[in-house]
Design a protein around this ligand. Structure first.
Ligand SMILES: *Cc1c(COP(=O)(O)O)cnc(C)c1O
Length: 395
């Protein structure tokens, strides 16, 4: 059966997903739901998407056999180099796809939410590319913490609006963006940054990111004679890079899928984002999924050293992969991620993003055979994390 772990016609992955939205947002989401598959299936859309991925983003990203890392684990470790994309991570694959979709829907104004600013930068980038107005909502606290990314967005012509309610972080920025979309349903498209939100966002973002496993398949075939690795390992914040890396392997049970969550200071330390270990079923940002919450259903404030994994839930596709056992979930602490980052830097001369370092750290917790093929999705580069590395005292 093809794609049995994928979304069904009602927008569900098993018992997760759906579109739990206020009535005021229904027309916007419904417009998208009706159009997205036919638009992204058009030949002219694919042509424009592929051309931009090639010449603007720099795809295909290399699949690199990390020889010294492989020797350390006595197996064959390949790195999928999303860190080499324009803007330094996988997020641009999604924002390119969504801006092309927005143009075809006749939208003239883009809004986005951002936490640390990575998705805001990827959105500001494609808006500059297309000459479309861009407004990024960001918590007031995050604006103060992430000055370089705020400046990058402004440099590219985006307006950064502060969310001043609640904890003044990502959750509040998301609420502000939703409010904006409700007030501007005709001319505005909301670019969500991960496989989260109401249907069809999780499926749409997964399709745009699926280029990652599409490339892994032919690149691995070229290098090893087989499309299938034994393992694909990726980190999960909302889960878009993992969804992209898993996508074309979902129905290949011979490929073991491994998802790395952030355990922060420890799973039960109270400072963690290990959603599947701590969470239970609930509704957040428009979909039913697994969430970290208190006894009475209040969302627990998440924590991770890596801003991209600092999210209290996971996309509904991952909740389903967890529930069915299709993917194996691991919890990686701040320290384990930092150690894995130092190791990759020294063995391969590649400084990974702290998010991606969680996927790398899984190597220490698994055992491999000599001829196993292990693919790790290196979702981003570590340049943005220099301050965190310096503060950690790890070197
Ligand atoms: C944002 C980000 C992530 C987390 O987002 P996902 O949607 O879970 O992929 C992971 N790695 C990097 C480098 C990021 O910037």
């Amino acid at each position: 059966m093809q794609n049995s772990y994928n979304v069904d016609e009602r927008g569900y992955y098993g018992s997760f997903g759906g579109a739990y939205i206020p009535e005021m947002l229904y027309p916007n989401v419904e417009e998208l739901r009706k159009c997205y598959l036919s638009i992204i299936g058009e030949a002219s859309f694919k042509e424009e998407f592929d051309a931009l991925l090639k010449d603007y983003v720099g795809r295909p990203s290399p699949l690199y056999l990390a020889k010294r890392l492989s020797a350390k684990y006595n197996t064959n470790v390949y790195l999928k180099r999303e860190d080499l994309n324009h803007t330094g991570a996988h997020k641009i694959n999604n924002t390119i796809g969504q801006i092309l979709l927005a143009k075809r829907l006749g939208k003239t104004r883009i809004i986005a939410e951002t936490g640390a600013g990575q998705h805001g930068v990827a959105t500001a980038t494609v808006c500059a590319l297309m000459g479309i107005q861009c407004i990024v909502y960001m918590g007031e606290v995050d604006i103060a913490r992430q000055a370089p990314n705020v400046y990058r967005m402004k440099l590219m012509g985006a307006e950064v609006r502060a969310a001043t309610c609640g904890s003044k972080t990502l959750k509040d920025a998301t609420n502000e963006a939703m409010r904006d979309w409700i007030s501007n349903p005709v001319d505005t498209h909301y670019i969500i940054g991960s496989v989260v939100g109401p249907h069809p966002f999780p499926d749409m973002v997964a399709r745009f990111q699926s280029i990652i496993s599409e490339e892994i398949k032919w690149q691995l075939k070229e290098k090893t004679g087989s499309e299938n690795p034994n393992y694909v390992i990726a980190c999960v914040g909302g889960g878009s890079n993992a969804a992209g890396a898993f996508y074309h392997y979902l129905d290949r049970p011979e490929v073991t899928l491994v998802a790395a969550e952030a355990a922060g200071l420890g799973i039960s330390s109270g400072h963690s984002a290990a959603t599947t270990f701590l969470g239970k079923s609930g509704v957040l940002h428009g979909s039913k999924t697994i969430l970290m919450q208190s006894e009475d259903g209040q969302i627990t404030e998440p924590y991770s050293i890596s801003a991209g994994l600092d999210y209290p839930g996971i996309g509904p596709i991952h909740a389903h992969l967890f529930e069915t056992g299709r993917a194996k979930f691991m919890a990686i602490s701040d320290q384990e991620a930092l150690d894995a980052a130092v190791q990759l830097s020294r063995l391969e001369g590649i400084i990974p993003a702290l998010e991606s370092s969680h996927a790398l750290a899984c190597l220490d917790k698994m055992s491999f055979k000599k001829d196993d093929i292990v693919v790790i999705n290196l979702s981003g580069r570590g340049d943005k994390d220099m301050q965190a590395f310096m503060n950690s005292g790890v070197v």
